[in-house]
Ligand binder design. Structure first.
Ligand code: 5GP
Length: 193
């Protein structure tokens, strides 16, 4: 009997403000592999224009904790010490992988480090904003964060840049089109592994 198709797990990660969402969105649109985005769960409030079930599954803290205790998360994290939880629901990955999809997780660095031992074959890509100055410019340009939150994200980013060598690949997001092409080429080089 033929083996069922199994997809690949891909993590695109990097400091908050490295441009992950933009790069991932364009990768899904442009790269001809059967990519599927894993929609994370979070307890933070939706930003304007964010949609439930599309950008995140927005959960109450109670619901998040209930699912966590039921083993529903592949990984989860409390980010930035502000009491908001983020996590990857197991169902988001297993269904896609079982049907041969390349499931893309857009998660933080701690989350990545906890997925690696569970899926040693995971393709991990660190998206590098280029420089701390560029990162600060992007965070401020986004205009959704308070000064305190911006400072906290920058501090976390400094620590995160220091552990980027735990990733298989590092891609500099100097230009979105170029970074997307580089990531698509990396993934394509793993077809048939
Ligand atoms: P934001 O609040 O800007 O949407 O995301 C904040 C941080 O949480 C980002 O660095 C993002 O990558 C990370 N994040 C989003 N979803 C997940 C997830 O499911 N797991 C983990 N560990 N981090 C996540």
């Amino acid at each position: 009997m033929a083996e069922p198709p199994t997809g690949r797990l891909v993590i695109i990660s990097g400091p908050s403000g490295a441009g992950k969402s933009t790069v991932v969105r364009q990768l899904l649109a442009d790269c001809p592999l059967p990519l599927k985005l894993s929609v994370s769960a979070t307890t933070r409030q939706p930003r304007p224009a964010e949609r439930d079930g599309v950008d995140y599954h927005f959960l109450s803290k109670e619901e998040f904790i209930r699912r966590r205790e039921a083993g529903g998360f592949l990984e989860w994290m409390e980010v930035f010490g502000r009491g908001d939880f983020y996590g990857t629901l197991r169902d988001e990955t297993t269904t896609g992988l079982a049907t041969g999809k390349w499931v893309v997780l857009e998660i933080d660095i701690e989350g990545t480090l906890s997925v690696i031992p569970q899926y040693p074959e995971v393709i991990t890509i660190f998206l590098d904003p280029g420089s701390m100055e560029e990162l600060e410019r992007r965070l401020r340009h986004r205009g959704t964060e308070s000064e305190e939150s911006t400072q906290r994200r920058l501090e976390v980013a400094r620590r995160e840049m220091a552990i980027s060598d735990r990733y298989r690949y590092r891609v500099v997001n100097d230009r979105v089109d170029r970074a997307v092409q580089e990531i698509c080429d990396i993934l394509t080089s793993h077809v048939g592994d």
